[in-house]
Design a protein. Sequence first.
Lengths: 113, 114
Amino acid sequence: AQSVTQLDSQVPVFEEAPVELRCNYSSSVSVYLFWYVQYPNQGLQLLLKYLSGSTLVKGINGFEAEFNKSQTSFHLRKPSVHISDTAEYFCAVTPSNDYKLSFGAGTTVTVRA
Amino acid sequence: DTAVSQTPKYLVTQMGNDKSIKCEQNLGHDTMYWYKQDSKKFLKIMFSYNNKELIINETVPNRFSPKSPDKAHLNLHINSLELGDSAVYFCASSQGPTGSNEQYFGPGTRLTVT
């Protein structure tokens, strides 16, 4: 079975500062990795995904993530955040031989002016 | 046009009642899901249907019964509601039941059991 650990439950950050959200996973098989964002009182929206190929993945709204197989990590980064990036961020994983998505516990990002 | 829609958005009811949540997707997807998000925002898969067939059935009390009348709809019926059922329930859909497919989520239904 696979599992996902998001290492930070809350990340406060000032506007225009960089942010990194950490995600580690465990799985006995190769995996697909995803980052989803949930804005207040809304459903989840895909930010980016890693399926194969280049380990640096670019997503929407200026986010990117790097897959590191040796460290079993998939950290999310943005070089300069906006107030509108205040949201809950979820890392998720599914084994490549399955379709059940497992989510991490989420990281609350609060951007302050 | 809303891709994945859920009704109702809010549902307040008393313990012991039976209630249903409806989900519809207009993306032409084959696979639909129900997730439960608890008060700590933890998301857990409950059920998944592919072409109207149940393919994921997690450890969920049998008071919860999903029904898929067609590929575009997946409803969730809950019998004998309990306080612990209070949560936000999300419907999602994807093109097919493979892990590489992005899942598209509805806006959620906030269920409060009193």
